[in-house]
Each structure stands twice: as C-alpha cells, then as structure tokens.
Design a protein around this ligand. Structure first.
Ligand SMILES: *[C@@H]1O[C@H](CO)[C@@H](O)[C@H](O)[C@H]1NC(C)=O
Ligand SMILES: *[C@@H]1O[C@H](CO)[C@@H](O)[C@H](O)[C@H]1NC(C)=O
Length: 268
C-alpha cells in the first residue's frame, strides 16, 4: 500500500510543479489544466475554469454539448434502427506504447496495427488513436461519465478519429464528425479484464511511474477489452480536455469491465 501511495503523490506533484514554478502568463499553454484542485494554494484550473483562463478554451465553459454528462436512463430514447458497433482488427493483435501523461494512463497503438470501428451511430470509419484510462482515488469518483448520478471507479475511453474525412487526429478533432469515443465503465472485482490486466499489472505500471515515462506493449487483442454486449448509449458531445471541441460522438457500452482494487490504486 505504501508503494501505491507514492505513485499517487508523484503524479499529483508533477501537475503542481509544472504549473506553480512559472508566472501566470506563461502557464497558458496546452498542458496547463487539471481535473482536480489538487492543492488549494496552487492555482491550476479545473474543468469549470478551463474556459475562463484561456479564451481559446471558451467552449469548455459556454459550450452547449459538453462532455462528460450525467446519463439519466429514464430520459433515454430507444432507437430500434441503431445497428451494433463493428470492431475491425483484421484478426490481428496490436502493439502500442503506454504513457503516463501526468493526467492519465494512456496507450497509443503503433501505426502498423490499425484498428477501425464503424456501424452503430457512426456514418464513417474511425481509426483508433488512443486508449485513455481514468481512475479516481475514491471508488465512485474515477469515471468521467455518471449514470443516474452515480459514478464508477474508472472509465476506459477508446478515442478514434474519422479516417474517411481526415488525414489525422489533429485535423479531425476540430472538424465535424471528427471523433468517436467508445467509453466503458470500470468496476472492481477479484478478476481483471485480460486487456486491462496487460496495461495495469505491476510489471507494466511500475515502468511508467513518472510523467512522460513510456513502455511498449505487444500482442494486445483489442476485442478482449470490449464487454460481451451489443448494447450501448450514444450521444453527440465534446472531447473532455481543453479546448473541449464539440466534435465527438460518444458510445457508452452498456456493461462494465473489471479490474482489481490494487490495479486502480496503482494507476491513479
Ligand atoms: C482501417 O481502414 C484503413 C483505411 O480504410 C485501412 O487501410 C485499414 O486496413 C483498416 N484497418 C483494418 C484493421 O481493417
Ligand atoms: C495532419 O494533417 C494535416 C492535413 O493534411 C497536416 O497539415 C498536419 O501536419 C498533420 N498533422 C500531424 C500531426 O500529422
């Protein structure tokens, strides 16, 4: 448990250090934001302030389609014409690089193993760009999305860009129909999802203790990450980091995946 705590502190300290050492004016770069008010004395803008500290991030504050949201299941509409989502891996395993971004644990697939999704609410084919894990220090506060007011210990976000219309992620993220994010809630259990276990086992996670650490993982089967269901909730929203572009179709899978308590702690 001591090791676990050290990592938590290190990640948070990095956020504070990079933002408190410089004057305000030079802080207004893309890296300067945070999810939580980690230390009272240190002014790192949290989501409700993102739009106020940088005018290029206005959408974060005044946007009308901002994610994440609280999903009220009683307000949902069943659409009988929505087809299941199609995952296309061409039957191949993939490799990718795990990063500690200082804010998330992230996996970027290498360019040799392309994974596409299409179908469902998507009118185009979207290529997987990044898998981002969100965790909280408390069990019910790790997920970004909330279901009927209830949070989850974590949330996996598979971030894809529209490869039919755009050359790359940077172009797509600011453009219409640019992004599709598949979101899967994470719950705690005795057993761990096979894919997440590759990302979060002790051997992997100790190699990315520090911000900007990276580690290569091979032989991953992305299909293992998806729960066994074809049901999902979908809505049009935004990316959840500044500048909060409202270009994202969200697909929230109707079943969670599981990790062990230890894995959540280690990766916060
Ligand atoms: C995804 O789409 C691209 C472009 O259409 C294609 O080159 C690639 O083979 C596809 N990937 C898979 C895994 O089918
Ligand atoms: C993305 O594509 C655009 C348009 O083709 C190009 O100008 C830009 O340099 C590309 N960005 C990256 C990061 O590859």
């Amino acid at each position: 448990m001591h090791v676990v705590w050290d990592i938590t502190v290190i990640l948070q300290t990095y956020i504070i250090c990079t933002s408190s050492a410089q004057p305000i004016s030079s802080k207004l770069d893309e890296g300067w934001w945070a999810y939580k008010d980690v230390v009272q004395e240190s002014f790192v803008p949290v989501p409700s302030f993102w739009g106020l500290v940088n005018s290029a991030w206005n959408l974060c504050t005044i946007g009308k389609r901002q994610s994440p949201i609280n999903i009220e299941t009683s307000h949902m509409i069943f659409d009988p014409y929505l087809t299941p989502l199609r995952l296309n891996t061409a039957g191949r395993k993939m490799g990718g690089t795990m990063y500690n971004t200082g804010k998330h644990v992230s996996l970027r697939p290498d360019k040799a193993h392309l994974v596409n999704i299409s179908g469902g609410p998507l009118g185009y084919s979207y290529r997987l760009e990044e898998i981002r894990l969100h965790f909280g220090s408390e069990d019910a506060q790790g997920s970004e999305h909330v279901l009927n007011g209830q949070g989850f210990p974590g949330e996996v976000q598979l971030i894809h860009y529209n490869q039919d219309l755009y050359a790359n992620y940077s172009e797509a993220v600011k453009s219409p129909h640019g992004i599709a994010v598949v979101s899967i809630f994470i719950k705690l259990s005795e057993n761990s999802n096979t894919f997440l276990n590759r990302m979060l086992n002790r051997d992997t996670i100790t190699r990315i203790n520090y911000k900007h650490d990276a580690f290569l993982l091979m032989g991953l089967n992305i299909a293992d990450l998806y729960p066994d269901t074809t049901r999902y909730i979908t809505y049009e929203g935004s990316i959840t980091i500044p500048p909060c572009y409202e270009t994202s179709t969200w697909i929230l899978i109707n079943k969670p995946v599981y990790v062990t308590q230890m894995q959540v702690c280690v990766s916060v």
